[in-house]
Design a protein around this ligand. Structure first.
Ligand code: SAM
Ligand code: SF4
Length: 315
């Protein structure tokens, strides 16, 4: 359905957990999140019912996210359940990739159409430093497993961290010369633990073009402005949330793992969805869509208005 600004809302980002096996410094505190009791986490049936109500209102694309979605027990069965919801035409999943080596093939068989894999560095020691706990080789093996399982158009998400990984921009771009991937550079947003970071950590994505002047414009894909190295197999995407470049085209809503509808990533407005009948769910999601604002104000204020960290929303 359309929101009050004529945007056709057809994309739901559904968080299935707040827990994660990594502790990326910009996303989570070292001690992680307090473990919620089982009853606080939405059940598979609840997640399916939210998805069905959103689909009844015109949502066709679903992204499963988290926390780390692949740490949720039964994630493969959950994906199969969500893919079977009438009206859902595309099921995507965003993951840190650490468990993909085991799960890529089952996820493909369960009907997951596309994967976004987060990777902020190609250097093993730095990977451990940024994620506090992770091993780069697990993710690299996970990406290989995803390719073997037949996933196409794999997207690698790299958050630009000034002074921490910007010296690898060229290395990431060069991956696209041979691999048919979309390497996406995402501007760091001042949310949760990184909200207090110094300004030099926050780089505009346009920095990528200064560092790699050979990149040529190649159109747009969703929220990403695309570029291409001449003759490359893959593409480079720039995602610029801080500049508000894509609010006008925002077709998304989000549902958190504790069952709150978020009309906008950067607003604190939330609607509780748990315990509602399917008619009530549809009415609540309709209300949420109509609450979407024209745009966030982060480019003016430099701060987000949401109190949640990214792990508690899903990106
Ligand atoms: N755990 C999964 C992963 O890392 O892909 C899914 C959830 S994670 C919150 C989704 C995406 O949000 C990741 O690509 C992560 O790098 C990104 N992210 C987390 N905090 C961010 C921030 N403050 N600004 C920009 N992107 C952020
Ligand atoms: Fe976990 Fe993803 Fe946050 Fe990293 S970005 S801590 S992998 S939820």
């Amino acid at each position: 359905m359309e929101d009050t600004f004529g945007r056709n809302i057809r994309y739901l980002r559904l968080s299935v957990t707040e827990l994660c096996d990594l502790r990326c410094r910009y996303c989570m505190a070292e001690e992680g999140v307090c473990k919620r009791g089982h009853e606080e986490l939405c059940s598979f049936e609840e997640l399916r019912d939210f998805t069905a109500a959103a689909a009844a209102l015109g949502v066709t694309k679903l992204r499963v996210t988290g926390g780390e979605p692949l740490v949720r027990r039964g994630i493969v069965e959950l994906c199969a359940m969500l893919r079977a919801v009438p009206g859902i035409e595309e099921l995507c999943l965003t993951t840190n990739g650490t468990r993909l080596e085991q799960l890529a093939a089952p996820l493909k068989a369960a009907g997951v159409d596309r994967l976004n894999i987060s990777l902020d560095t190609l250097r093993p020691e730095r990977y451990r430093e940024i994620t506090r706990t992770g091993k780069l080789e697990n993710v690299l093996r996970g990406i290989e497993a995803a390719e073997r399982a037949g996933f196409e158009n794999i997207k690698l998400n790299c958050v630009l961290l000034g002074g921490m990984n910007d010296d690898e921009i060229g290395d990431f771009v060069r991956l696209t010369a041979k691999k048919p991937w979309q390497v996406r550079f995402i501007e760091l947003m001042p949310m949760g633990v990184c909200a207090a970071w110094p300004p030099e950590r926050f780089l505009p994505a346009q920095e990528v073009l200064s560092r790699v002047p050979e990149l040529r414009p190649a159109g747009r894909s969703g929220v990403a402005q695309l570029y291409l190295l001449p003759g490359a197999a893959g593409t480079v995407g720039l995602i610029e949330p801080m500049s508000c470049a894509f609010c006008a085209d925002c077709t998304r809503i989000r549902i958190t793992a504790d069952g709150k509808l978020k009309p906008c990533l950067h607003s604190d407005a939330e609607l509780a969805l748990r315990g509602l009948s399917s008619a009530e769910l549809e009415a609540a999601i309709r209300r949420g869509i109509l609450m979407k604002l024209a745009r966030h104000r982060m480019d003016e204020t430099g701060v987000t208005e949401t109190h949640r960290g990214m792990f508690a929303i899903g990106g």
